[in-house]
Ligand binder design. Structure first.
Ligand SMILES: *Cc1c(COP(=O)(O)O)cnc(C)c1O
Length: 357
């Protein structure tokens, strides 16, 4: 880390440890099951809306307040007002503003030892003190572990990369037990089998729910995420956003996202297809000796008692099948496998069956 150009970096930049996204290989014909993308395309209505936005209008700035999109998101949930919605350029950007605006306090932020690995990165960027809370042996979140002094709490539900969901009753115990801190629930995967905490927002002034259009609405390439919370939380986020970038969502993203939120039928059809394929995939993996953590997400987290996970990931890659393997404590014997189409899942399980022979 002593390359000559480093002398031009600020002390902040020198101290960063950036997030490393799952790789996006440029090769064709890969079975790409490593970054939890949706195997089905976006809503055809969203694609039409995107095409409709291409034109002279792009010379104009987009609506900085994204009013139509906030309206569409509020309408999707019902019982939510547009004033309770914040939108950003992917939920990663929403989360960045959440960390700076709502989670940076004197007391440490709490999150599970195994969760979305971007959380510690934001802590590093913003200098946020944090403590990790070990998941139980079965990778579940124990609500009682979060009933202690803290400056904020964040976890993903369903959790990543385990896929395990926390029941809404346990989640509400955490929220109700921490009235002086903001509790952030990252619901990137909730549409594949979790229970959303959005209906709890009305009775908890300290609850913020974050979602994304990247997974269940198959728009990872468009970069749209949102948060739902009571207006005082949203206003805090708007203050950060308007001190950072007034126009985080372009006209294309706004148009596509509105149409995607309105197309409930496509949303339901495709997520049900993913859920069905997950059931088939889990059965096939168990059939060849894998232990699979119960998943409410569009991926499964699985280990084989007889084979090293890193070795399996490398062997799959030689067959052009990419899954995610984390070289991290407690989980280095697991593979995180995105639920693809039945055909992709079949290619994967055939290859694993062959490798395990
Ligand atoms: C994918 C993911 C995100 C980020 O989603 P984007 O909206 O694409 O930025 C956030 N949290 C978790 C847990 C995720 O898996």
């Amino acid at each position: 880390m002593n390359a000559p150009e480093n002398r031009y970096w600020s002390a902040v930049v020198r101290g960063l440890s950036p997030y490393v996204p799952g790789e996006q290989p440029k090769l064709a014909n890969l079975v790409k099951l490593n970054t939890n993308e949706n195997p089905y395309g976006p809503s055809p209505r969203a694609l039409d809306a995107l095409r409709g936005e291409v034109g002279d209008g792009l010379r104009l700035y987009p609506d900085p307040n994204a009013e139509r999109l906030k309206g569409a998101i509020a309408a999707f949930f019902g019982g939510v007002s547009p004033r309770e919605v914040f939108v950003g350029n992917g939920s990663d950007e929403v989360l960045a503003h959440v960390f700076l605006g709502l989670l940076r306090h004197d007391r440490p932020l709490l999150f599970p030892d195994i969760t979305y690995s971007f959380y510690p990165v934001y802590c590093g960027l913003y200098g946020i003190a944090h403590e990790t809370v070990p998941l139980a042996e079965d990778f579940s979140i124990r609500a009682s572990d979060y009933l202690r002094s803290n400056g904020g709490i964040i976890f993903a539900n369903p959790n990543a990369p385990t896929g395990r969901a926390l029941a809404l009753g346990d989640l509400e115990r955490i929220v109700a037990g921490n009235p002086d801190s903001v509790v952030v629930v990252d619901e990137a995967y909730v549409d594949f089998g979790g229970q959303s905490a959005v209906p709890l927002v009305a009775r908890h002034p300290n609850l913020l729910v974050v979602q994304t259009l990247s997974k269940s609405r198959s728009l990872a390439g468009l970069r749209v995420g949102f948060a739902i919370g009571q207006p005082h939380l949203i206003e805090g986020l708007e203050r950060v956003k308007n001190s950072f970038n007034s126009y985080p969502l372009g006209r294309m993203a706004l148009a596509g996202a509105v149409a995607a939120m309105e197309d409930r039928e496509w949303f339901d059809r495709t997520r049900q297809a993913v859920i069905r394929s997950r059931t088939t995939l889990v059965a096939a993996l168990e059939g060849i000796g894998f232990q699979v953590i119960p998943s409410a997400a569009n991926f499964v987290f699985a280990r084989h008692p007889g084979r090293d996970a890193g070795e399996l990931a490398r062997a799959l890659r030689e067959r052009s099948i990419i899954v995610r393997h984390f070289q991290l404590p407690r989980i280095d014997q697991y593979l995180r496998i995105t639920v693809g189409t039945d055909e992709q899942c079949g290619v994967l399980t055939d290859a694993l069956r062959d490798l395990l022979r």
